[in-house]
Ligand binder design. Sequence first.
Ligand SMILES: Cc1cc2nc3c(=O)[nH]c(=O)nc-3n(C[C@H](O)[C@H](O)[C@H](O)COP(=O)(O)O)c2cc1C
Length: 335
Amino acid sequence: MLYSLARPLLFTLAPERAHELTLSMLDTAHKFGLMHQKTAHKPVSCMGIEFPNPVGLAAGLDKNGAHIDALAALGFGFIEIGTITPRPQAGNPQPRLFRIPEAKAIINRMGFNNDGVDQLIENVKAAKFKGVLGINIGKNADTAVEDAVSDYLICLEKVYNYASYITVNISSPNTKNLRSLQSGDALTELLQTLKQRQLELAKENNHYVPLVLKVAPDLTPEDITFIAKQLLKFKIDGLIVTNTTLGREGVENLPNGNEAGGLSGAPVFEKSTECLRQFADVLDGKIPLIGVGGIVSGEQAVAKQEAGASLVQVYSGLIYTGPTLVKDCVNAMTV
Ligand SMILES: Cc1cc2nc3c(=O)[nH]c(=O)nc-3n(C[C@H](O)[C@H](O)[C@H](O)COP(=O)(O)O)c2cc1C
């Protein structure tokens, strides 16, 4: 209810300012014990992890892991923080975040603005949260794409002991050439290297942390088949489908609809769910799938399950519906 009261005011502010203000209000409300959304216990066992419910927060909302406890109070079954890069970076110039309320959509070209992996770890250490925490890793903008593997390795090693699972993000459209890592030898080399290091770290630390890949929705059937083969070959533990789209279907004629960046929210639902369905088809249950993209109602979370997802994540839907979306999705889903 609080969110429906605050939303009209927040929507008068620039989106990035509203984002920061919402998170700080959330922190304050949590600090004074004013916010706690109870969601049903619907446990899901996936990648060797017990999730209290199948609805997670998608990456990008809490890039530095600075609001974990407050976000956890919204009743998520898991929280994914990041994308984090080895070194802090400012991201793209503002404005870089755009609302398209007529379509319940967002376009962003944030460009991995973040405080760097070391700060993220400090934030995780300071949090009281004991639930399932995904940490999403990427590369710095000024690291050449040919050297991307070394950035992912740095992050993998540093976050290994703080994450329930680690997401390798190669699907943001806002870091130059990042999506080229989704194909050919670049993908093979990345997955092979990270898998090998994951196994070494598991041995050294006596504790296995699953490795998950996150892909874009703008993939051809050939891309999907290729990626699926690589995932199986290197025994990657899970796949997040999908990130934002470069497409503009559903927003072309709306204010902000042609801003550069990745489109998320309601208009990406069909494309993202179709991509999920195709991966489910090719992977045939061999690797668990996390469905994300355009969920703005409980029914759509169920549709992701029906398309093959074991778990779902939300981001843009939260901006338009508020925290009740988490509850609606948990209630609607059958586990
Ligand atoms: C403002 C914004 C920032 C995002 N930043 C990241 C990010 O840093 N890393 C990432 O993997 N995904 C990022 N995403 C993508 C979301 O995690 C999600 O995959 C995508 O928005 C589709 O889901 P949705 O329609 O529920 O928003 C971002 C999305 C938005 C709207």
